[in-house]
Design a protein around this ligand. Structure first.
Ligand SMILES: [Zn+2]
Length: 387
């Protein structure tokens, strides 16, 4: 009898495991990265302007999921075919390396549920329990995709790469750039030396924290929400020396203040919104916006409700207008957070809806060109290694 119950339990467990391996990754992504649509359509004039722009998006999390980003997908918000449809020149793709249980914007501990996804997605064992291992796997996925793309997806590591990408696109070549970033430096696993490992894996931009406090700094959504630790200060100096861009998205107010006081290169806020138009505990105060502008950096405005309090493009434009009015057009940028467990009104193929909404909002063609990518290109040129 005992033997038979044991046998049945093992059988049911095996069935559950099989179900998880086959269906869970897709279910997880479909439930987390939704596109709900908007009432907008792009006019011929907006389409024409959009096709002339150099578009750069500061933040997407597509590497977290099991999909091959070279293939067009019915789920999520970014893949190479949709980036091409959306006329995107450069997509910054981030590595999410640790996610706490019950993740929320207010207060999280440093627990981890990502091991479940990594196992069910059949990732290498080195990525199951190690934040660094997960980032290295994401870096490998990006390199692998670029290698198999027949020259259509190119990883950007230096200013020379960026210039070549833009020259090739200007000459009519069908190529999209991708720059690798990380969301939270918990993947250093407390060791300064691992910054070199990240650099060699192609990381050129890093947010110091994600949803919880780590060894470098406090998160806006952490328990303590403290400023930079001595390790955080050392890493910031080394990042600037190497040409890795510092991102304050998700950093606590104390962390943001410390970074803005220390920075000697342009600092970015890769994805989020502003308190003035959306009072959510992830958005920047006016003082913080001024601080980013003083470094010559940019503020990447998102497309989802947690950032701008709505999924229609008019909400994104409202936040962009606030940044422009406060510190000038040179500091406004796009930070979609596509594929980052967000619900959006449109995917990367339909970014011309944002161009339309900016035109409707009275922004000039020159302003729109800066917001949609010109400003990000300027920051990358100022901060990336020359070659
Ligand atoms: Zn994020």
């Amino acid at each position: 009898m005992v033997k038979r119950i044991f046998g049945w339990s093992a059988f049911i467990l095996l069935l559950l495991l099989l179900f998880g391996l086959i269906f869970l990754p897709g279910i997880a992504e479909r439930s987390m990265n939704k596109v709900v649509g908007t009432s907008q359509t792009a006019t011929p004039a907006a389409r024409a302007l959009h096709a002339r722009l150099i578009i750069a998006d500061l933040h997407g999390d597509s590497l977290l999921w099991q999909r091959n980003i070279l293939d067009r997908s019915q789920q999520g918000q970014i893949d190479l075919p949709r980036l091409r449809d959306g006329h995107v020149a450069l997509q910054i793709l981030s590595s999410v390396s640790q996610t706490p249980w019950g993740q929320n914007y207010q207060s999280n501990d440093d627990s981890d549920i990502l091991w479940l996804l990594t196992m069910f997605q059949r990732q290498p064992m080195s990525s199951w329990f190690s934040p660094l291992g997960r980032t290295l796997w994401h870096g490998e996925k990006l390199r692998g995709a670029a290698a198999l793309s027949h020259g259509q997806l190119r990883q950007i590591l230096t200013v020379a790469d960026l210039d070549r990408l833009l020259a090739d696109r200007a000459a009519g070549r069908d190529v999209t750039g991708a720059l690798f970033s990380v969301e939270g430096l918990q993947n250093l696993e407390g060791r300064f030396e691992n910054l070199d490992t990240l650099y060699r894996a192609g990381v050129r931009m890093a947010g110091f924290t994600h949803f919880f406090d780590n060894a470098l700094a406090g998160s806006m959504h952490g328990r303590q929400k403290r400023g930079l630790t001595p390790l955080g200060r050392r890493v910031l100096r080394e990042m600037e020396r190497r040409g890795m861009i510092v991102d304050i998205a998700h950093c606590s107010h104390a962390c943001t203040a410390d970074i803005l006081a220390m920075a000697t290169k342009p600092v970015v806020f890769s994805h989020g919104g502003v308190q003035a138009t959306c009072r959510e505990n992830r958005n920047l105060s006016d003082d913080e916006i001024r601080g980013v502008a003083r470094t010559g950096g940019v503020i990447g405005i998102g497309l989802w409700s947690g950032a701008v309090c709505g999924t229609d493009p008019v909400y994104t434009v409202r936040a962009m207008r606030h940044v422009r009015d406060l510190v000038g057009i040179d500091h406004v940028a796009l930070g979609s957070d596509f594929d980052g467990a967000v619900t959006t009104g449109y995917d990367s193929a339909h970014l011309n809806l944002l161009t339309q909404a900016l035109m409707d909002g009275g922004f000039t063609d020159e302003d729109i060109a800066k917001i949609m990518g010109g400003n990000v290109i300027r920051v990358l040129r100022a901060a990336l290694p020359a070659r």
